[in-house]
Design a protein around this ligand. Sequence first.
Ligand code: ZN
Length: 280
Amino acid sequence: MSWFIRKEKGINTPTEMKREAPDGLWYQCSNCKKITPTREHKQNAFTCPHCNYHEKVGSDVYFNLLFDDNEFIELDENLTSGDPLHFVDTKAYPDRIKSTMQKTGLKDAVRTGHGKMNELDIVIACMDFNFIGGSMGSVVGEKIARAISYSLEHKHPFLMISKSGGARMMEAGFSLMQMAKTSARLAQLSEAKIPYISLLTDPTTGGVTASYAMLGDFNISEPEALIGFAGPRVIRETIGKDLPKGFQSAEFVLEHGFLDFIVDRKDLKDKLTSLLTMLR
Ligand SMILES: [Zn+2]
C-alpha cells in the first residue's frame, strides 16, 4: 500500500501559490438553476446575474443596502407579541413565537429604523418573511404605526418594505385591527404632506396589500413580485374561470394601474434618493 505513504517529506505550498476558493460557497438560482459564487450574488444585492431573479431577503439586507454605512437607530426593537386569544394550532402560539425568535434572531415580522440614505433622513419599516410568513399581528401593526408617528414627529419621509402572507391568524381580529390603525396613521402623514413610499416585494398579499402596502404616495415593486389579495387558487374557485397569464405578478399589476413603477433592487437606493430629492 505504498501509495498511501508520502515519500517526500516537507512539501510546502507558498501562500501566493494557493488557489483562493471564493468562500467555498455557491448560490444556485432557484429560477434559472445557474450557479454564482455567493460573494458575487451578495454584491449583486442578492439578485441573479444570469436571469435577474430577486432572491427573498430580510430586513438586515435591505437596511444594509439602503442606510449609509448600515448606520441607523432601530425603533421599538424589543416589542414582542402577547397571546390574547390563547391560540393553539399544532403548537401553542407563545411556543411558536419563542421557537421562531430562536430560529430567526428576530423579535417579530417587522423591523423599523431611522437613518440616512445618501445623506437624506429616512424612516424605514421592513418586514421579514421568515417570521411566521411575514404575517401581520399586533406587534407588526404597532411598530409600523409608531414608525409612522416618528416620521410625522421628525418630518422624515417614510418607506415601507412589505413582504407578507397577510394577517396573522393566531391573533385573528387583533390582526385585522392593524389595517385600520396603520391606515389612519398614514392618513395623518399624508395630511402633513410627508412622503410615503411603499415598496412591495415578493410576496405581498392579504391584509397587508389591503392596507398600508397600497397606500403609498408611490407604490413601487421589485420585478416579478407576487402581489395580490387572495391567492390565485381561491380566486379561480370563486369565479369559476381561468385567470389571465402572469396574473398577480408585479408586471401585471403595473399594467393595470396599481403600481407606479418597478425597480431593480440594485438600483433601489439611487431611485429612492432621486424620488425623495424631487419631493423635497
Ligand atoms: Zn437565475
